[in-house]
Design a protein around this ligand. Structure first.
Ligand SMILES: Cc1ncc(COP(=O)(O)O)c(C=O)c1O
Length: 413
């Protein structure tokens, strides 16, 4: 069992790309007494949380909240709109796209996994895991589907295993240009509230979100943002569903309640999170993620190591994947860093396990938490005998010092 008495002094550095550190303000809100989820006070909480979430997703339409991890909301998205044997076009961008595709298969759909073939000459890693979704390939595949068999296109917005943030508006244009009626379903579990996201404006039919990333919440609740077209599709979709069914949830949510016992205390936290995000203004939240990401990438460049995402146009503002030199086990390096400096970095997942690690720069961070993180990595390199071209810490210090955060500029003006 976890023995918190044995924990080293100071705060643990949770620099994985989610769960991200939970601000004290949210932790305090979660610790308030649980109330009656059928009582009048609860309805106000429910309505305010749903209304706030709509603003975060950029939608005027319903957002279903599930007491489940993101995987549950993935399943909800699929079972509400698909029927057994439905063809689904999914795109291999990394580990999470792969898991969602496997889930679609298990549920009885027929996913086709569009992938960039080949490996990268520089790193030997699969090319598909170093890039975002290629909208042109989606368009090409949809044009070839003259009979419109493909029911949905499913893509991951921010691929947490690699650090590539795909252009969702371009995927929408690809579907429209091909004059194809497929639904567009997007996993923005790790993009939401950290990377720009616009459910309605981008014409997304279902967006899957999660609590434990940009929303700065503990894991445990997840979301489906819906479009009228998705709701209409759910009326005829035949995959079995009960708990995940949108109809009852959307109906009861109109009055601020749920058909089952919701995660009352996590909803307190979510209320606080939304208050913080909207209070600061989403554009400013997104801008600070971009700035942190650029500072961290500057460090990786100074080390002379490849960034997992090979396409600067889709660099993630949420995390940066760092490819370790050939022969260096990235997980052994992570272990040393964890043991010596109480710093958690994200492991390499799936096809890139052991070849890279991930630095999360999302949610409740600041320049100095990131500087400490980079210092931990650089000390880890020294301990593990990894030679770097230069100091990433020095490069990031220079970047952060010479590029003040937008809000600092605003208050100085
Ligand atoms: C992009 C993405 N999709 C899906 C998931 C799965 O979510 P969960 O682990 O909360 O079930 C994750 C988790 O990290 C993720 O990052």
């Amino acid at each position: 069992m976890l023995n918190l008495d044995q924990h080293p002094s100071g705060r643990h550095f949770l620099q994985i790309p989610g769960p991200s550190p939970v601000p004290d303000r949210i932790l305090r809100a979660i610790s308030l007494p649980t109330i009656d989820h059928r009582g009048p006070e609860f309805a106000r909480l429910g309505l305010e949380v749903i209304d706030g979430l709509k603003q975060v997703f950029g939608t005027r339409h319903p957002v279903a909240i599930y007491p489940a991890s993101g995987t549950g909301a993935w399943e909800a998205a699929l079972v509400n709109v698909l029927s057994p044997g439905d063809a689904v076009l999914m795109v291999e961008t990394g580990h999470f796209a792969t898991l969602w595709q496997k889930m679609a298969q298990r549920l009885g759909a027929k996913p086709e996994f569009l992938s960039l073939p080949g490996t990268c000459a520089e790193t030997g890693l699969p090319l598909a895991w170093r890039h975002g979704v290629r909208a042109d390939l989606v368009a090409e595949r949809l044009r070839a589907d003259a009979g419109h068999q493909i029911r949905a296109v499913c893509v991951v917005h921010n691929e947490t295993s690699t650090g590539a943030t795909s252009d969702i508006a371009a995927v929408r244009r690809a579907i429209d240009d091909a004059r194809h009626p497929a639904l567009l379903m997007v996993d923005s579990i790790s993009g939401l509230a950290s990377a720009d996201y616009r459910h309605d404006e981008w014409g997304v039919d279902v967006t899957v979100g999660g609590s434990q990333k940009g929303l700065m919440m503990p894991p445990g609740i997840s979301f489906n943002a819906l479009s009228p077209k998705a709701l209409a599709a759910s009326k005829t979709a035949q995959l079995p569903r009960s708990f995940w069914g949108w109809d009852e949830i959307v109906e009861m949510n109109k009055t601020g309640y749920w058909p089952y016992t919701p995660s009352t205390n996590l909803l307190y936290g979510l209320h606080e999170s939304i208050d913080m995000l909207l209070g600061q203004g989403l554009p400013s939240v997104l801008a600070r993620h971009q700035r942190w990401a650029e500072g961290v990438r500057g460090a990786v460049r100074a080390w002379g190591l490849p960034i997992q995402c090979a396409d600067p146009a889709v660099y993630s503002p949420v995390l940066t994947g760092v490819v370790t030199p050939a022969g260096v086990d990235a997980d052994a390096l992570r272990r040393v860093i964890h043991e010596r400096f109480d710093l958690s970095l994200g492991t390499g997942l799936g096809k890139i396990r052991g070849r890279m690690f991930r630095i999360g720069h999302l949610g409740d961070c600041n320049d100095l938490t990131l500087m400490a993180t980079l210092a931990g990595v650089e000390m880890g390199f020294k301990l593990a005998g990894v030679k770097t071209a230069g100091s990433g810490v020095a490069a990031a210090m220079e970047y952060f010092a010479s590029h003040p955060a937008p809000q600092v500029l605003a208050s100085a003006a």
